[in-house]
Design a protein around this ligand. Structure first.
Ligand code: GDP
Ligand code: ZN
Length: 357
């Protein structure tokens, strides 16, 4: 049973001390305010975190969806207590807004991060970079997925633009509507591996999930439960089994993870290149023909691939232009807004005068 969720001999090895303590392994498949749902060899169990683990969580974060945990199970009410977590192989992490120290784990042990973007809108390379950076930071393998190929005249052109980012990851084109490319996505995950879909809202993530499950997931995977007031609420598993043996992790917050820590993420794709100029002799080096230029040296020695350097320069230019354009558009919008306000103000004045007469 937990083999379906990715349990393996190597995990069993790591779990050994917990097994000796009499604990059973499980994987968190749903996280809620008041507890967890955990998949175990004994079926799905509700679980709470032990006081001690809660205390330790200051450093490692509380258990999150995707985590492997060590449980004790009370046979009478089938309620479980989570005593420990296995070390995470990968993690999407966010620092809690109220304190930089507290870690919030959005998803644990993700193998493949599908960076989803839609082909019917303008391609936002900077945004894709952010998502890719978030994926890399987590430790998962990124895969770019271009959706809605049925709405795009020239899908290859968009794929080429992304390839030009110099990102060393597969780029897939899919249409959930036409059922194209879905198998290629599933093929990215081995049985027992876990994937996430990250990307802005509207790009087609839910549609993909439904296409994979070939059914309405809310309806078929709903869990009925009672909240504190005894009302019935429905929620769905955040870790679902896909045909082909892969798993898909879908928690609130994970989908748009790339936009959370935008600035930190932007440079990650070209981090090595961005560090190079620090070693140039001149701080205002243009990296063309100055003596002591680290970029030229790296190009000459072969440490820096000329194509990547060219892509980096082109992208930097494109991003600067895009930002200029956005800044100009924002200014124009502000002017329009002020114009409208002034008109409203003048009209009010006129009315006031009118009323006084
Ligand atoms: P999410 O916010 O990323 O989960 O996006 P949704 O899955 O809700 O999709 C947003 C919209 O795009 C919906 O109206 C979908 O019907 C539409 N959509 C999703 N996938 C496709 C596709 O492959 N082709 C077309 N034409 N539309 C799609
Ligand atoms: Zn230089």
């Amino acid at each position: 049973m937990i083999e379906n969720y990715g349990w393996s001999a190597s995990l069993a090895g790591v779990f050994e001390p917990h097994a000796r303590a009499g604990h059973a392994p499980g994987r968190v498949i749903l996280q809620q305010r008041d507890g967890y749902l955990v998949a175990t060899d004994d079926g799905e169990l509700r679980a709470k975190v032990s006081g001690r683990l809660r205390h330790e969580a200051r450093e490692i974060g509380l258990p999150a969806v995707g985590d492997w945990v060590a449980l004790s199970v009370s046979p009478s009410d089938r309620k479980a207590v989570i005593h420990a977590m296995l070390p995470r192989r990968t993690a999407f992490v966010r620092r809690a807004a109220d304190s930089m120290q507290r870690l919030q784990i959005l998803a644990a042990n993700v193998d493949v991060a599908f960076v989803v973007t839609s082909m019917n809108a303008d391609l936002n390379l900077r945004r894709i970079q952010r998502y890719l950076a978030a994926a890399w930071e987590s430790g998962a393998r990124p895969v770019v997925v271009l959706t809605k190929s049925d709405l795009c005249d020239d899908p290859q052109e968009q794929a080429a633009q992304i390839a030009a980012l110099g990102t060393d990851c597969p780029i897939l084109m899919v249409s959930a509507r036409q059922g194209l490319g879905l198998d290629a996505m599933l093929d990215q995950m081995k049985a027992g591996e876990t994937g996430v879909l990250i990307g802005s809202s509207g790009v087609g993530k839910s549609t993909l999930v439904n296409a994979f499950l070939n059914e309405d997931r809310m309806a078929t995977q709903a869990i009925r439960e009672s909240d504190d007031q005894g009302r019935h609420t429905t929620s769905h598993r955040q870790l679902v089994l896909l045909p082909g043996g892969g798993l898909l992790l879908d928690t609130p917050g994970i989908r748009e993870v790339g936009l959370i820590d935008a600035e930190a993420g932007v440079s990650a794709v070209f981090e090595d290149i961005e560090r190079l100029p620090q070693d140039c002799r001149f701080t205002d080096c243009t990296h063309t023909n100055e003596p002591g230029c680290a970029v030229q040296a790296a190009l000459k020695s072969g440490a820096l691939d000329p194509d990547r350097w060219a892509h980096f320069q082109q992208l930097t230019l494109e991003l600067a232009e895009a930002e200029d354009k956005q800044a100009r558009a924002a200014k124009a919008a502000e002017r329009r807004r002020l114009g409208v306000l002034q008109k409203v103000y003048r009209a009010t004045k006129r009315n006031d005068r009118g009323g006084a007469d």
